[in-house]
Design a protein around this ligand. Sequence first.
Ligand SMILES: [Zn+2]
Length: 644
Amino acid sequence: MTQTGTGQAPKEASSSVVAQHAATLKTLPFADVRDFDDATRGFLGTLENARITSAQGRVVWSLEPYGFLSDAEAPPTVDPSLWRQSRLNMNHGLFEVVPGVYQVRGLDIANMTLIEGDSGVIVVDTLTSIEGARAAMELYFRHRGLRPVAAVIFTHTHTDHWGGARGVLEEDMPASGRVPIIAPNFFMEHAVSENIIAGPAMLRRAQYQFGPFLAKGPRGQVDCGLGKSMAAGSVALLRPTDLIIATGDKRSIDGVEFEFQMAPNSEAPAEMHFFIPRYQLLNLAENCTHNFHNLLPFRGADVRDALAWSKYLGEALQMWGGKAKAMCGQHHWPVWGFERIDTMIRQQRDLYKFAHDQTIRLMNHGLTATEIAETIRLPASLDGAWHARGYYGHIRHNVKAIYQKYLGWYDANPVNLDPLPPEAAGRKYVEYMGGAAALLERAMKDFAKGEFRFVAQAVGHLVFAEPDNRAARALLADTFEQLGYAAESATWRNAYLFGAQELRQGMPKAPARPAMPRETLAALRTEQLWDVLGVRLNGPKAEGKHIVLNWSFTDTGENFVLTLENCALTYIAGEQATTADASFALARGVLDEVIAKLTSFPEAVASGKIKVSGNPMRLGELMALMDEFPRMFEIVEPKRTVVS
Ligand SMILES: [Zn+2]
């Protein structure tokens, strides 16, 4: 417990939450258990508790802490629909989808799909970590016999689909080009860049989305909707050797024909689907999963295009409807049979279309994002489909993402144009409400009535006005906790429960962020490195500075002029300035080594890896203006350090 924490332990569910869960049990079709049959169908074997450890013995994945999910009945502290999904996501091991196609599920948040060719196996997505991918391959070989990897396919750019590639391919294979790595067009451009500029903020926010610091249990983390949680372990990015460019493109891989469909700017900026006639198998990557996916995850991201997403699913239906005996994705479990596949794709197509169109309709009637979230209801046909439930995304935050995509943050009411920030506003709200004691008294009455949403708003003001007010922190924590217990969405639950935990215990001590691995850095264009440097520049410190540096990369042939003026760092590509303060000539890999902290700039100069002319001290001067970002920062309370 920190100075400011209240030290309380998790509590019981309140009577209003219990009543809500009882109603859910009556409303949703719990008697439909086909998902449980599908999630276990074709089971061939697994690892005990899905436990995977690194060479150093560190656990990178294990479902053992989730043993409490063996109870069929949801406890009062978990929404019964979320409990159901959490239990479905407990299935782990190797499964046959159809003879010749297998999936490793539950050994990571994502799936690995294995497709047998004439002489080897084609591996679709390689899980998050090298350790996980290795364990998955061993499990597959144990049950299907050892056979060479004929190709690797990355369906899209998120790390849980490519991070473990090294665990599938031996060290020397990718470089030799013997094993093709197939990916959607613009894969490398997006694989790393989506998280690079805003990485530090996203990593901290992701803790609220996935709940890695929450205890696992009925009063803690139970799932993240899409799977159990983020995996740990080592990650390496391998460059694709073959890009799929257009819908309708085909490849014959190890004798197996693949037909591809491009789905850019859907769940990921670069993503693709495929159909395999030999196996009558359809794979819709991460665009047709057993939940309403996120149009804007809580960690933060570019808003996703719900309209495009829906159109890709419609197009997939047009291309392959009635042809696929089995449909699988790279999360969750497959679906079998022409009719059920057709129904699921149709419903998922319409889920994204409905959310999109109805948001825009209400928006054009003048409703704001908050009002749309409060108004919109899924039609009964979608609301009662288990795979359309908002375990990961949710209709109530996805509509806000759609609003943001078209209209941005501002609701056009000038009240919200330039509001006071939370601390200043909090102090005034508390004053207007008659002081902390009066506010708390009213809030406790509303808490007892189950009015948790407003209690959180009101007490939130008090915590920002008086962060050391223990009664305020305790009540806000209790309120977040009930909101978490009430949530069907796993990401909502994680966000609320982690907020409660931070109010009670303070922020967890997270280990320092490791330097970016060289392979990841090598995947970035030099322009992206300058952009990352630009956002680290402390503007106020740079007041009045003017620095011009020439950069010449001897291996790539790139030239840049990097200029600091007006407290902004810019670059011009393809040029060298005659008036530069200093010039540097080096291989691009050397710059990566410096950033990855494998060497330092002065060391690289001393060893001759960097040639310098002019005054190199000016680079030191520039680097002294760069901020280091903290791993942790306050979210549910005011910042304890002043940032300017
Ligand atoms: Zn994924």
